[in-house]
Design a protein around this ligand. Structure first.
Ligand SMILES: Nc1nc2c(c(=O)[nH]1)N[C@H]1C(S)=C(S)[C@@H](COP(=O)(O)OP(=O)(O)OC[C@H]3O[C@@H](n4cnc5c(N)ncnc54)[C@H](O)[C@@H]3O)O[C@H]1N2
Ligand code: MOO
Length: 415
């Protein structure tokens, strides 16, 4: 495992506003997997985990020519119809292949999944023929190879079936099992610490007064980390005091591969996350040309990367998805990803100013994209309302109902 460099988030001199694409490219080029490899983990334990090696097929799939239907095997093609073929004794069933040779001009009973017997290559569906007195009567023509699955048509022995960095899901596990792969090498789970900050912030369950708010970010970010398949390390909540923030970051550096904080990253007097990272780490305050989520602090603290998300819950969510999710993927050994967007007609109007990209809480209804009524970055109801985000680039734009917009469903971020 190669540690990240302390200056890995440093910005070139003179950089003030970073466009989203540039910020993403910078993250992509500076991060790499930081987790160890777990060897030979059984398939039953790898769902959601990230593959640490390419996997090659030990055998072909299917391993032999076999029938896709219940019917009768014969040598194709069948062109002169109607015709009659004598049936040979016996049958080929799945798990019980016919071992003899079917003589020329004959047919044999075959069941779905059964090996195609020697002397045949084509199968007629039982609904498409008649059988009487040991004879098969055909009325329709058949192409050679019809209803037969060829050995190796899906996977050939030694084919590369999955590549390093793939996040395993039930569908990939099926591919591994189909060629008899019992276990694979995976990356250890990325350990992600989540820390909330702020004197006004109190955990759910605490007694609160009017000037205090419940911590909405930590439960949200914790759920995000877990849902993305990483190991959550709850770093709790730190008051706006340098020593508290430092102690929490130290715990994080000891137990985590990455720390996500929220709050305390803008330029205010009480923005202790920035101050602590500046005093004890290597910090770059990225001012990203994005709304919401302009302030994003990226730092190395005692060898551990820290993503300092803005405090407003909507900004924290947007930045955690747009920047955090691909960054976590890279650190965890997965491939960098650009979330898949779908271009769909808007059913809203908006006059967008130039300068910053905007991420709007959005959802699709009847094939059109609607956006939440308020863009306020403290409005958590819009998060629960949305199924994804509309991403508008930095340019000035006049959007009317029907204008194509880029909708990114939350699923595109790995949720
Ligand atoms: N002079 C400037 N002021 C601000 C700027 C700026 O560029 N110049 N940026 C604004 C933007 S945009 C945002 S976003 C915030 C980000 O600031 P911080 O990351 O320092 O966040 P805080 O000030 O600590 O909190 C912002 C807001 O969010 C609430 N909050 C914080 N943590 C939580 C939590 N865990 N759960 C729920 N809500 C939380 C906090 O009470 C504040 O209302 O700065 C702007 N100001
Ligand atoms: O990051 Mo702030 O508005 O953009 O919430």
């Amino acid at each position: 495992m190669k540690p990240l460099r302390n200056d890995c988030f440093a910005l070139p001199p003179g950089v003030n506003w970073t466009p989203v694409e540039e910020a993403l490219e910078r993250l992509r080029s500076r991060l790499h997997p930081v987790v160890e490899i777990e060897r030979a983990v059984p398939l039953s334990q790898v769902n959601g985990r990230i593959l640490a090696n390419d996997v090659h097929a030990p055998r072909a799939h299917p391993p032999s020519n076999n029938s896709a239907v219940d019917g009768y095997a014969l040598a194709g093609p069948v062109t002169d119809v109607p015709c009659t073929l004598p049936l040979v004794e016996g049958r080929s069933a799945a798990g019980e292949p016919y071992t003899g040779q079917v003589p020329e001009g004959h047919a044999i009973r075959i069941l779905t999944g059964a090996v195609i017997p020697a002397g045949t290559d084509t199968v007629v569906l039982e609904e498409d023929c008649d059988v009487a007195d040991g004879q098969l009567h055909l009325n329709g023509t058949l192409k050679a190879g019809a209803n037969a699955r060829k050995a190796g048509e899906d996977i050939k022995a030694k084919d590369k079936i999955l590549t390093t960095g793939t996040r395993l899901s039930p569908t990939q596990i099926s591919v591994l099992a189909s060629v008899g792969v019992e276990s694979v090498d995976i990356y250890q789970r990325l350990r992600v610490g989540v820390l909330s900050t702020g004197d006004e912030v109190k955990p759910v369950g605490a007694t609160v007064t009017d000037w205090q708010i419940y911590d909405a970010n930590r439960p949200m970010l914790s759920a995000l980390v877990s849902q993305l398949g990483y190991e959550l390390v709850d770093l709790g909540h730190a008051l706006d005091r340098a020593e508290e923030v430092k102690a929490a970051l130290e715990r994080g550096a000891e137990h985590c591969d990455l720390i996500l904080t929220s709050g305390g990253v803008s330029a205010g007097d009480e923005d202790h996350v920035s101050k602590t990272l500046k005093a004890h780490g290597d910090i770059s305050n990225w001012r990203i040309a994005i709304k919401p989520g302009r302030p994003l602090a990226l730092a190395m603290f005692q060898g551990t990367p820290v993503v300092g998300l803005p405090g407003n819950p909507v900004a924290a969510w947007v930045c955690a998805l747009r920047f955090g999710a691909p960054a976590m993927a890279l650190l965890a050994g997965a491939e960098w990803f650009e979330p898949q967007a779908y271009v769909m007609p808007a059913n809203f109007s908006k006059n967008k100013k130039p300068g910053r990209s905007e991420m709007l809480r959005a959802r699709v209804r009847d094939g059109q994209v609607e956006v939440f009524g308020s863009e306020g970055s403290g409005r958590v109801t819009g998060l629960a309302w949305s199924d994804g985000l509309v991403e508008l680039d930095e340019s000035a734009q006049q959007i009317e109902p029907g204008t194509p917009v880029r909708f990114i469903p939350y699923g595109s971020f790995g949720l």
